[in-house]
Design a protein around this ligand. Structure first.
Ligand code: IPM
Ligand code: MG
Length: 368
C-alpha cells in the first residue's frame, strides 16, 4: 500500500491538513478500500519545541521511505528569534534539497465563482489558468558562500545566486513537457540584463528549447517586467519557468490574481518522492481559530493523486467538488465578499462541504 508521510507543521497547518486528509479518506471510501497508509511526524517549529530541531532524522527517514509527502506549513513569529540553522523554514528547505525536488509546480487558476474575490478587474482574470514552474533546489536559496560576517569591521550579509547547466536544463525540460499538455507556451523569466546566472539561464533554456521542443512557443521576460505583466495582462501567460527566488515572489503575486493565496496548491517533483503543500504559509494570526481556508491543501491532495499516484479521475473528483463548493456560495474569510447567495464558513465546514460533494457527485461515475 502506498505510504503518505504527513507533516501538519505549524500555525494553520494542522487545521488544513486535517481537512485534506479527510478528503483523501472520502476518496478511499468511494473506492471501497483503504488504499493509502499515512504516518504523521512533527516538522518545523512544532518539531523544534519537542525535539530542539526543526526536522529530526526520524522525520527525514519517514519522508524518504514514503511515496509522497503532504505538508501543511511551517514557521511563525514564535520561532523567528531562533538561530538560522534551527528555524522552522530550514526543515522545509532541507526536505526539498534532500529529496531532490527541483521542480515546483504552482498552478494559478481562477475559479469562476471567485472572480469578484480577485483585486483585479473581472475581464482581466476571467479564465486565468497559468502554471509557474519554480526551480526549487538551487539559486540564491542554496548558493555558497553565504552567511553573516564582519569584514574589515563592517557587518556583511552574503548570499550567492548560482545556477549550473544541469540544474537549468532539467527544470526547463519539466516546463516544456508541461506546456505540451497545455497551450504550448512557455515564458522563461530571469534578470539577464544584470545577473550572469540569469544570462546562463536564458542561454540554456533557449538551447533546451531548440534541441527538442520547437513545437512549444518560448519567450523570455525580465522578472521586473513579468511582475508588472502579471497584473497588467495575466492572460498572456501559460507556463512560466523561473528561478527559486523569482518563483517564490511571482507565485505569491500570481496567487492574488485568483482571489486568495488560500486557494493555491503546489507539487514539488524531481526525486522519487513528491511533496505536496499549499503555497500559503502558517498564517499565525488566524491559527487555531478554525477560519483558515483548507482548499489549497485539499487541492494539493488532488495534485498528489495526479502526479504521484497516476489517479487522474480521483484528482478530478476533488477539483470538481471544490468548484461546486464555491459555486454553491461557500466561502472562508479570505475569499468572502458579502453578497447574495454566499455564506461564510470555517475550515471544518468547508472541508465537510467538499467531502459531501465528492460523495454525491461521484456516485454515477463510480457505478459506471
Ligand atoms: C514558499 C515559502 C518558502 C520559500 C519558505 C517558507 C521557506 O515562502 O514555499 O513559497 O521561500 O520557498
Ligand atoms: Mg513563498
Amino acid at each position: 500500500m502506498p505510504k503518505i508521510c504527513v507533516f501538519p507543521g505549524d500555525g494553520i497547518g494542522p487545521e488544513v491538513v486535517r481537512e485534506a486528509l479527510a478528503v483523501l479518506r472520502a476518496i478511499e471510501e468511494i473506492s471501497g478500500a483503504r488504499s493509502f497508509e499515512t504516518e504523521e511526524e512533527l516538522l518545523g517549529g512544532a518539531s523544534y519545541d519537542v525535539h530542539g530541531v526543526p526536522m529530526t532524522d526520524k522525520a527525514m527517514g519517514l519522508a524518504c521511505a514514503s511515496d509522497a509527502i503532504l505538508l501543511g506549513a511551517v514557521g511563525g513569529p514564535k520561532w523567528d528569534p531562533l538561530p538560522f540553522e534551527v528555524r522552522p523554514e530550514r526543515a522545509l528547505l532541507g526536505l526539498r534539497k534532500n529529496l531532490c525536488l527541483f521542480a515546483n509546480l504552482r498552478p494559478a487558476k481562477v475559479f469562476a465563482p471567485l472572480l469578484d474575490a480577485s483585486p483585479l478587474r473581472r475581464e482581466l482574470v476571467e479564465g486565468i489558468d497559468l502554471m509557474v514552474v519554480r526551480e526549487l533546489t538551487g539559486g540564491i536559496y542554496f548558493g555558497e558562500p553565504r552567511g553573516i560576517r564582519t569584514e574589515n569591521g563592517v557587518e556583511t550579509g552574503i548570499n550567492t545566486e548560482v545556477y549550473t547547466r544541469p540544474e537549468i536544463e532539467r527544470v526547463a525540460r519539466v516546463a516544456f513537457d508541461l506546456a505540451r499538455k497545455r497551450s504550448r507556451r512557455v515564458t522563461s523569466v530571469d534578470k539577464s540584463n544584470v545577473l550572469e546566472s540569469s544570462e546562463l539561464w536564458r542561454k540554456i533554456v533557449t538551447e533546451v528549447h531548440g534541441r527538442g521542443y520547437t513545437d512549444v512557443d518560448l519567450s523570455h521576460m525580465l522578472v521586473d517586467n513579468c511582475a508588472m505583466q502579471l497584473v497588467r495582462h495575466p492572460k498572456q501567460f501559460d507556463v512560466i519557468v523561473t528561478t527559486n527566488l523569482f518563483g517564490d515572489i511571482l507565485t505569491d503575486e500570481a496567487s492574488m490574481i485568483t482571489g486568495s493565496i488560500g486557494m493555491l496548491p503546489s507539487a514539488s517533483l524531481g526525486g522519487r518522492v513528491g511533496l505536496y503543500e499549499p503555497i500559503h504559509g502558517s498564517a499565525p494570526d488566524i491559527a487555531g481559530k478554525g477560519v483558515a481556508n483548507p482548499l489549497a491543501t485539499i487541492l494539493s491532495v488532488a495534485m498528489m493523486l495526479r502526479y504521484s499516484f497516476n489517479r487522474d479521475a480521483e484528482a478530478g473528483w476533488i477539483e470538481r467538488a471544490v468548484e461546486k463548493a464555491l459555486a454553491d456560495g461557500y466561502r472562508t474569510g479570505d475569499i468572502y465578499r458579502a453578497g447574495s447567495g454566499v455564506r461564510r464558513v470555517g475550515t471544518v465546514e468547508m472541508g465537510d462541504v467538499v467531502r459531501k460533494n465528492i460523495m454525491t457527485n461521484t456516485q454515477g461515475e463510480v457505478k459506471r
